[in-house]
Write a protein that binds this ligand. Structure first.
Ligand code: SAH
Length: 208
């Protein structure tokens, strides 16, 4: 179930569905997604579907992870990325070798601790973790060249916009529960430019 062929099949499916970035596809092939879900679900880990990970949370669908990573990194010249909604860390692991440094914020402390351990076991060291409210971002290391939010916001979080570097880019699902618009927001000199990347469905970015 974790064989090369199973993973190749997932990658082919993502290619068929429009994912083009080779480095991202290679990461989807390399990251052992079965280690991010409960053993009972491991046989489904290489299906292109979101899966429950407990505590009412989910591991994102591989296509969505690939699409968001591709959108973040297309033309990316920066070094630092702020991630909101660490969850099980699958998105973090896919992104980690493709950027210099990731700062990631998760509101459920126990989940964050487990995920930190998991990423260490996978030899991923360029990630700094923080338990906290993603609506606040992480001011200490701002501004960030990229921001990726993996939970659905009811509106664009002001503080995250403020923590985006000039020329930086944020990928974020915005909208009501069940169906959101995936937005790419780019910080220009004196304004923010928004581009819609299509409909997605995420668990909500909870307000404190
Ligand atoms: N990135 C994960 C999916 C995350 S699911 C993956 O790769 O599979 C969304 C995560 O956002 C959950 O872990 C949830 O606890 C977290 N979350 C929700 N609201 C939050 C908030 N306000 N601040 C920080 N994290 C939040």
């Amino acid at each position: 179930m974790t064989s090369r062929r199973t993973r190749d099949r997932l990658v082919q499916r993502l290619i068929d569905n429009g994912i083009r970035n080779e480095a991202v596809l290679e990461q989807i092939r390399n990251v052992p997604r079965h280690l991010f879900v409960d053993e009972a679900l491991a046989s489904r880990a290489y299906e292109d579907t979101a899966l429950p990970i407990g505590l009412g949370q989910t591991i994102s669908q591989p296509w969505v992870v690939a699409r968001m990573t591709e959108a973040l990194l297309d033309g990316f010249e920066g070094e630092t990325v702020l991630e909101i909604g660490t969850g099980c860390g699958y998105q973090t692991a896919v992104m980690a070798p493709l950027v210099k440094k990731i700062y990631t914020v998760e509101r459920i402390r126990d989940l964050m601790i487990k995920t930190r351990q998991r990423l260490r076991e996978l030899d991923i060291y360029n990630v700094q973790f923080r338990p906290g409210d993603g609506w606040e971002g992480w001011p200490k290391y701002a501004p960030y060249d990229g921001i990726i939010v993996t939970a659905a916001a009811s509106e664009l979080p002001d503080k995250l916009l403020q923590q985006l570097a000039p020329g930086g880019r944020m990928i974020i699902p915005v909208g009501p529960s069940g169906c959101q618009d995936l937005l790419q927001v780019t910080r220009k000199d004196d304004h923010f430019e928004e581009l819609s990347l299509g409909a997605v469905s995420f668990v909500p970015l909870v307000k404190a």
